[in-house]
Write a protein that binds this ligand. Structure first.
Ligand code: G4P
Length: 539
């Protein structure tokens, strides 16, 4: 495949990242400030106003609202300095963690926001695991330094333990809470003086060189001395910043600040541009002479390709259209170009193609690796699909589906709506809202979820979008494993032994349903050559 220098230049300008945090740590506030300081929005408040109630658990209206919000603000593009920054939002509720995982496959780095009083919390921990598996570089922002919080050394220690990698402080706090004096920038060796309020722009904060000890001591007294001591301890115990190690997911640069007060935010924005990686090559499989081989696709390859990491039904119930969110992996997207879905080899004719400019959608003029493009279609696209310009035959791998842990059977209240139910389940399955399993022996369809709330969303959407009123009933299953075998004979022997336990998912992949963890173990002992997969990657 040929490389295009113009494309390479555009790729190098891109930074695509997600913010990971526990609810309430300050993700929304920080997102808003990043948009504000990059000039993407003019007034604060617009992201915040769209934030859904965090306490929504089972209220349908809230679910609908959340969907609306996630369509509107799940991808935000901004320009800062010479760069194009794509910020991807991750769903906040733990029941949608599968969606979050998939969003994280579409980014090149992550910004971890932690509340300085609470340290690394449960939900952040889960997201960290995902980043660690993929060696995603992580920048850490310790927020809310204007509050009474924990000792910064303590926080660093905890972050190091949780991340399993050294922290490299890039800024260091002087005091905290009522006596929060500001941050020392270790690179410039200047202290930026804290002032509360949300009107100030980052450049409006006063900066004093650390060498001007007389002034700093006079103004910040013992807090300044204590900060110098702890900073020395912290820097003495941590390695120097090493960009290669950071890019390999082996160390995290740490920044301190207070998002709500616009303080310490610019340092993070600059770090995203200066330190975070631009899009790299991605692994795809390629069929060569009927053999499947892995191939690294470079972002500056001339051929356009991208992968669908999220499918979202449109909010308009009258139009059965959906937005497929595609992360561009290579080449250049231009309006009017021919598009092909690799799985079906069919042409994709989107009704519109949009980019996400902070709060609004705009028609795409061009997009490069790292950018997110939304294709509105009436179907024909599912999660994990690879879209190309038709000049290459490749399929990206790595978009994961987790084996569900919760199962329900679907019972249709009005049997005359079978067609609507099937259509609804097929589309919701393709969207990844739920996993749909069709038992090999027939009978009611099974729904599999990772979080309980997914069932409620699906039941509600089947009724409101497909006019299929269903009852969900509990069933005996507690897990599933996707099945593969080295030979067809082994697979057949297995299938013959457990016909009533087999089902096919939306991608027609065979799965074994279990009622307890022992089930899998017993089946595995009986059929040692069968592979039981807890994770299915789109292939
Ligand atoms: P989230 O998206 O991670 O859930 O957090 P969000 O930004 O909504 O922030 C959660 C709460 O923490 C908000 O307060 C927000 O104002 C506050 N906050 C964010 N950053 C800072 C900070 O640096 N210092 C302090 N002191 N507070 C911060 P809230 O009371 O829930 O909402 P609001 O009424 O203040 O908007």
């Amino acid at each position: 495949m040929s490389h295009a220098p113009h494309i390479a230049e555009e790729v190098r300008r891109r930074r695509t990242f997600a913010i990971i945090s526990h609810p309430d740590a300050g993700k929304t506030t920080l997102t808003e400030k990043l948009l504000l300081f990059s000039g993407a929005i003019q007034i604060a408040g617009s992201v915040k106003a769209r934030k859904a109630s965090r306490h929504a658990t089972s209220d349908w209206m809230e679910i609908e609202k959340q969907r609306g919000i996630s369509v509107a603000s799940s991808v935000m593009q901004m320009q800062y300095r010479e760069h194009v920054i794509n910020l991807l939002d991750t769903p906040g509720h733990k029941d949608f963690s599968e969606d979050t995982y998939r969003v994280l496959t579409a980014v090149d780095s992550a910004l971890m926001v932690i509340d300085a009083a609470n340290g690394v919390e449960a939900q952040t921990r889960r997201l960290i695991e995902v980043c660690r598996q993929r060696d995603t570089p992580i920048i850490t922002f310790v927020n809310k330094m204007d509050r009474e919080v924990r000792d910064p050394l303590d926080i660093l220690d905890e972050v190091e333990r949780e991340l399993g990698m050294p922290c490299v402080p890039m800024t260091w706090p002087v005091g905290q809470g009522k006596s929060f004096g500001g941050i020392i920038n270790l690179r410039t060796q200047a202290m930026t003086v804290f002032e509360s309020g949300s009107e100030r722009r980052p450049q409006d904060f006063e900066a004093i060189p650390v060498t001007d000890t007389a002034t700093l001591k006079a103004r910040f007294g013992s807090e300044f001395d204590a900060a110098l001591d702890s900073m020395e301890l912290a820097t003495g115990a941590s390695p120097a910043f090493d960009r290669e190690a950071f890019l390999a997911g082996k160390q995290t640069p740490v920044f301190f600040g207070s998002g709500v007060n616009n303080f310490g935010v610019m340092e993070v924005l600059d770090a995203l541009v200066d330190l975070a990686p631009w899009p790299k090559s991605r692994t795809s499989s390629l069929v060569v002479n009927k053999e499947t081989v892995n191939k690294e696709v470079l972002p500056d390859d001339a051929a356009f390709s991208g992968v669908v990491f999220k499918v979202q039904a449109n909010m308009d119930a009258n139009h059965r259209d959906r937005i497929a969110f595609v992360r561009v992996a290579s080449g250049k997207y231009q309006p009017g170009m021919k598009l092909k879905v690799q799985r079906t080899a069919k042409e994709l004719r989107p009704t519109s193609v949009v980019t996400f400019m902070s709060q609004r959608r705009e028609a795409v003029e061009e997009a490069y690796a790292g950018d997110i493009v939304g294709f509105t279609t009436h179907g024909g696209v599912q999660l994990g699909d690879t879209i190309t310009d038709g000049s290459v035959a490749l399929q990206y791998t790595g978009l994961p589906f987790f084996a569900p842990e919760l199962f329900m059977t679907v019972v249709l209240k009005n049997p005359l709506r079978t067609k609507q139910l099937q259509q609804g389940l097929a589309q919701l399955g393709e969207e990844g809202a739920i996993q749909v399993f069709k038992p090999e022996m027939g009978g009611n369809m099974l729904l599999g979820a990772v979080g309980q709330l997914q069932f409620e969303v699906v039941q509600h959407r089947l009724k409101s979008e497909y006019d299929a009123d269903v009852r969900l009933e509990g069933c005996q299953y507690t897990g599933a494993r996707w099945i593969t075998a080295d030979t067809p004979t082994e697979l057949k022997a297995f299938c013959d032994a457990y016909p009533q336990r087999l089902a096919r998912d939306a991608a027609d992949t065979l799965a074994y349903l279990c009622t307890s963890p022992y089930d899998v173990r017993l089946a595995q002992e009986r059929f040692p050559k069968i592979h039981f997969h807890p994770l299915r990657e789109h292939a």
